[in-house]
Design a protein around this ligand. Structure first.
Ligand code: AMP
Length: 421
């Protein structure tokens, strides 16, 4: 099936062509025709599958015929985090590039005034986090009784973050006759119950159950101990010559520590965690996305659903306490058909959590030591493209002279410079 077989208008097809999507992903093939015929949908899919496009493309197709009224948006997309809402808005802007639908983004930390001006001019698509939307409703700046299409994205995260009461409040203000699309990475009974109140006779579509990990990700657990963690991380970054990665930490204090350590080693890093204000979070993400920062050091909540093109590596400085977060974390790589690597540092205290991760993903986790990784490699740099001039400069004081790593490749032993803690 090709995009042109889906009955989309020329402007959307040209936009898709311009973005470079060659054919619909599995979820898009299944979801788009159902949305176009007006069905409610209960979609079980992870990010990284093309899920956002699967609802944005038909939503734009449906809204393309029609006009919005002042303060009364025609469709509403609810997302659990500001970052996810922004990503949805980016996908909207891409697909809408040859059309003239109007969109407003209501997320915390951004100016009320600017969004209110947009709303008063009339918007077709309103993308919002639940709390911020309720603020605007209470202030009388937006009326949602004209919503024809409602999308709830990452419903399971909404549940985790305590947003369900807000969703219930919002639902009471929405018209009963509408189309509702409900997406969640898991379909627990609790989530189904939330869905029941919102959906009418939905079509259920499941893609890659949440517990599965993309075939495109090579995941390795490396035994380490608390004392050596930081230097082991540095070695790993060095041996794969990593120039762009997300490093997850469980604790905010570790995010700061890792960030300072890597900065000392001449890496350009940015952080992302829940205690940061919205503007700083947006700046961090932008810097990482435009490659002016090489490493993003992040917590789970802040990094939920974030999509970064071509991310080759994810590091777990700690084993996440919640097994589902492990699936989410490593799912930042190996996306859209590309290969990715994930390294997780662990010690004996993590054994219980590792067992629950194994249960969730229904697979035994491959565990090794740092020394094994070194000795099993024929050459750590085999088939790697030459390092870019720009990156070379940044790393000069961190990377040892060329002959050092040549010796390292030949002997297969960890050289002294790597053993220094
Ligand atoms: P999502 O699941 O929405 O987070 O999407 C993951 C990534 O897949 C994003 O970078 C999208 O731009 C990309 N993507 C979405 N649809 C397609 C497609 N049909 N072909 C290739 N990439 C896509």
């Amino acid at each position: 099936m090709k995009f042109k077989d889906l009955g989309l208008c020329e402007e959307i097809l040209s936009a898709i062509n311009n973005i470079g999507y060659k054919e619909p992903t599995e979820i898009q093939k299944k979801v788009i025709p159902n949305i176009l015929v007006g069905r409610d949908l209960l979609g079980c899919a992870q990010t990284g599958t093309g899920k956002t496009g699967s609802f944005i493309i038909p939503l734009i197709e449906i809204l393309n015929s029609g006009k919005s009224k002042s303060r009364m948006p025609r469709s509403l997309i609810l997302a659990p985090t500001r970052e996810l809402a922004m990503q949805v808005s980016e996908e909207f802007n891409k697909i809408n590039q040859f059309l003239n639908l109007h969109m407003a983004l209501l997320i915390g930390g951004t100016s009320f005034a600017e969004q209110e001006t947009k709303l008063s001019k009339g918007v077709d698509v309103l993308i919002a986090t639940p709390g911020r939307l309720l603020d605007h409703i209470t202030r009388g700046k937006v009326i949602i009784k004209d919503i024809k299409l409602l999308v709830i994205d990452e419903a399971d995260r909404m549940l985790d973050m305590g947003f369900i009461p807000d969703i219930i409040k919002i639902n009471k203000l929405l018209p009963k006759i509408r189309q509702t699309l409900f997406f969640s990475a898991t379909l627990s009974n609790e989530i189904r119950n939330v869905g029941k109140d919102l959906l009418i006779n939905p079509k259920e579509i499941r893609i890659n159950p949440y517990s599965s990990i993309s075939e495109n990700i090579d995941s390795t657990f490396i035994r380490t101990n608390g004392k050596n963690k930081m230097s082991d991380l540095k070695k790993l970054l060095y041996i794969d010559r990593i120039t762009s990665a997300v490093i997850f930490c469980n604790k905010k204090t570790d995010i700061d520590k890792v960030s300072q350590f890597l900065k000392k080693n001449n890496y350009n890093t940015v952080s992302l965690h829940g205690d940061m204000d919205q503007n700083l979070r947006i700046k961090s993400l932008e810097k990482f996305k435009d490659k002016s920062a090489e490493m993003l050091i992040a917590s789970d909540v802040a990094a939920r659903g974030i999509d970064i093109d071509g991310l080759s590596h994810v590091f777990n400085y700690d084993v996440p306490k919640n097994p589902e977060d492990y699936v989410h974390r490593i799912g930042r790589t190996g996306r859209a058909g590309k290969r990715g690597k994930a390294y997780t540092l662990f010690d004996d205290y993590d054994n219980k959590t590792i067992i629950s991760i194994e249960k969730l993903i229904k697979k035994k986790i491959y565990k090794t030591t740092f020394e094994n990784i070194i000795s099993s490699r024929e050459s750590p740099y085999q088939n790697k493209p030459p390092i870019k001039e720009k990156n070379k400069k940044k790393h000069t004081t961190f990377l040892p002279p060329e002959e050092n790593y040549l010796n390292f490749r030949e002997s297969g032993k960890i050289p002294d410079f790597l053993n220094k803690k």
